[in-house]
Design a protein. Sequence first.
Lengths: 474, 639
Amino acid sequence: MIIALLLILPLFASIFLFTGKTVQQSKNFALLASLAVFVISLVGGYELIVAPEKALFSNVDLESILGVNLLFKIDAISIIFVILTSLLVPIIIASTDKKEHRTPHFFALIMLMQTALIGVFAASDMILFYIFWELALIPIFFITARWGGENARKISIKFLIYTVVGSFFMLIAILYLYTLTPAPHSFSFDSFYQLKLSYSQQIPLFLAFFLAFAIKIPLFPFHSWQVETYNASPVQGSMLLAGIMLKMGLYGIVRFLLPLCSDVVANGSLIFLPLILFGVIYGAVIAISQPHLKKLIAFASLSHVGIIALGLLSNSRYGIEGGILQMFSHGVNVVGFFLCYYMIVKRTKTDKISELGGIASVAPRFATIFMIIVLANVALPLTNSFVGEFLILLGLFTYNKILAIIAGLTIILVAVYMLKMYQKIMFGEKKASTENFTDLTFSEIMLFVPIIIAIFAVGIYPSFVLQLLQSVVK
Amino acid sequence: MVMESFSFMQSISFLLLLFPLLGFLAIGLFQKQLNKKLSGIIASAFVFLNLILTFILFWYVSTTNQSVETNLFDWIKFANISIPFAITVDRLSALMLLVVNGVGFLIHVYSIGYMKGDDGVNRFFSYMNLFIFFMLILVLSSNYLMLFIGWEGVGLCSYLLIGFWYKDHANNNAAKKAFIMNRIGDLGFLIGIFMMFHTFGTLNISEVATKVSLMPSGSTALLVITFGLFAGAIGKSAQIPLFTWLPDAMAGPTPVSALIHAATMVTAGVYLVARSSVLFVLSPVTMNFILIIGIFTALISGLIAIYQNDIKKILAYSTVSQLGFMFMALGLGSFSGAMFHLTTHAFFKALLFLAAGSVIHALNQEQDIRKMGGLRKKIPFTFALFAVGAIAISGIPPFAGFFSKEMILSVAYEHGMGMGIIATFISLLTTVYMFRLLFVAFYKPESDAVKTNHHIHESPKVMLIPMAVLALLSMVAGFVQIPALFSTNVNVFENYLSPIFLTAQQLVPASGQNLTVLTEWLTLLIPLTIIAILVYMSYVRFAKDRLPSELSGIQKVMANKFYVDEIYDFCFVKPTEKLSLFFRETVDQSIINRLINSIGNSTLYVGGRIRLLQTGNVGFYLIIMVFSIIAILFFNLIR
């Protein structure tokens, strides 16, 4: 019931909005619908907390018609991402500025995106998973191509091709797995989990999945679509991409790579972990000298999700649970970061860091909120990312000490680029572009409230999430 | 998150954290609404409440020899990892509580006067209370990860307060430098924590101590753990090679320098090592390393201090030097000696900074001692208080510095005559830079700047009274620990802390030989004679109006702090920036992006040639996608 509502509600809202006309009402309608989805997801979360061993099921048997069994299952891992999605989507919708005159289609696409994302996280059947995985591309493609900035069309096409190529590898992996299942063949996750794959079977499977997910996450060196797409997309699109959509790839690692290719992960880590680690350092180092705020967020994000991937593939339960927790935290933090970016660009029309400065003296409320978001990104203790990154590095340390120490360098680098950026934008004397910077309005502050609550709630009491996960992560 | 009912003492220890947090939230959230005169009073009141609670707890732990353990809630708990939010008040943390809340309260009160009229006064006091909150987490935590919360938290407050006047980028750079240098140490700290968890399966301080006491001395795991923790201490306590942030941190308001960068936060490294005494004594290599770092830091920063002209910079290098002296004591295994010097140093260094702040306040933000002179008559109270601080820090009896230094020196002499002479030399440097400062600023004939300044005024009572209290403490605090030469039964301080360091001392008993009474007298009297000579020479040299002499080569090097900043800039900062540019421009743009684009373009080109694809036709890709989905469904049907 809950799953059906989670999927159908945003879908219907989307269809309704496609037929709509007025701008302001369509925003309010979308906001209302997404808030309803949020409440429903919390109900789902509550049911799982009461009985963490159980999972929410939904089953539409279309075996006779289409040959597929529409099987949905939300367990402890899924619910974290369902809640992340339904928490962030209302914020993303509400952040849309009135002055930008977004047509109803814009909100319709966001709601469609939400359906697809929840579908990905709730699917328990490979066909469904793949359909939703691909479906999620369509709205974000149109959002970027139509409402994006310079070169948006060209960049969105590159993005689409790139990710479709990635999906292609996943498709091959799925079909390969399908042929391995005992007759009558099945696409359900459970039938895949029951397979005892030999090492030689795991290797090609691992490569195909890894490539697909590495492009989606993205991991170095498959990241060049990311920076451009974030940059070209309207900020709501960037938030959808960075906050939720790139979690699909990491979610794929948790769902498929770890259980299905466990031997390869255990043996091969020393081959691909250094590569991921290089990307982590690479992103952080580039962020130091990045002159544009939005690109800085993109490279910082590249570095942060790389750390998550390190944790997930660290062959340690601390790393895996920390990685999952950090996926949630990163979604919250990066959306907060993009919101700060949006507040600045809305007022100054520039995201060139060297043209900004002195904002703290005219906008103290914004300065405080931005500082909290920066500190959450810097992983200061008592903010959400600290626990995640601590567990990831602890997991990595139990696996390989040298890798953990090198990965630890990011906690220095992140302080370097974050504080440098904050100082240049917020401190010093005012510049021409920031002369008339107004402090946040009440409704703008309200956008940040759920993010700040999430930052401290997870930072102070992460056991809540960790204990929910411990029954599933094994 | 079940909170069991607390006993009286447990509730008190919990309130210790709650009060400053409330102060921070109350002042921080209502910055705009709150009257600027009120915020200082509110902030001070919360710390005062804490001070009362501290006295109760101190009385409890010192009379009963029990510790108060309070488990607040499970912070990180799953599988076999359990890190609660739990606090412990034992004798060591009670001592730190006294220092933090006592000195903290006095500096809060002083700040009411010092920060009067500043636009950001509410912000200032909210940060100050936040600092007290994190500092108390640091000293109260019963496990290393929670200690790390406080550790990074005080670093954050330090960052915020150094860059308090953020319109000037010099301040912001200093703040950023402090945070980043601390983070370098913190990485070491984290690695130590990882290794600790890996080795012992727990991060609880007392459990770790119990488990480690069964281990053989000098194992690799212990080496990694202790080096990691000490790396953290190097960053936080500004030791070589991470000491350059502390002098720059003087960009913050002077009360901040007194509280954070002299009395409390920077001593956290000493506290950490003392807290982990069992771990450290079982790793002799680390102990020797600490000793060497301590000696070099104390020596080099003491030499630099002699050639500085900024009143706060002199005091900052002095702090670095005194911290080095404390680490030297730790390296020699004298944990209570280090803690004793930490305590007395908190009193007289805070006093010196506050007095310096009073001078700066009187001279409208002038910090260059060459532009002072003759202040003895202009601001006599400040002068008297400053002089008390200078005498105390120089180790002149019967002020507090004499006793704490003597405790460390006697350990050094027991260790060996060479070590003793080095320690004495380091402690004599204090006299040189301190009395140079005193004579130049207060005795030398008035400089032109002072002569033309008609607004020089003594500070208000709200500033002078806290200084007077600190001066009193600097005079009498030493009598709790009198050198064995004079009396063998006044060991209040050592006895108070002995239960804490008992295990460490049993594991590795002090190896030093006892000195003859004659040697002891000599090691006491010769330095005192030299101090007297040095004071006299300083008076002759600096109190008279003489043209400053040209600096010789080596002096110039010292005045330029051995060019350490420049070396770091050349070795680390510049290369990182270059690497960043190289990654951004060359690797990312010219190699990776171009490669991907050319793969894409060539595919499109080939595709266009065989008329299968049309460049940029999105519809086509979508159709491919839909078809592939249908294909799977179809595949499924016909299997």
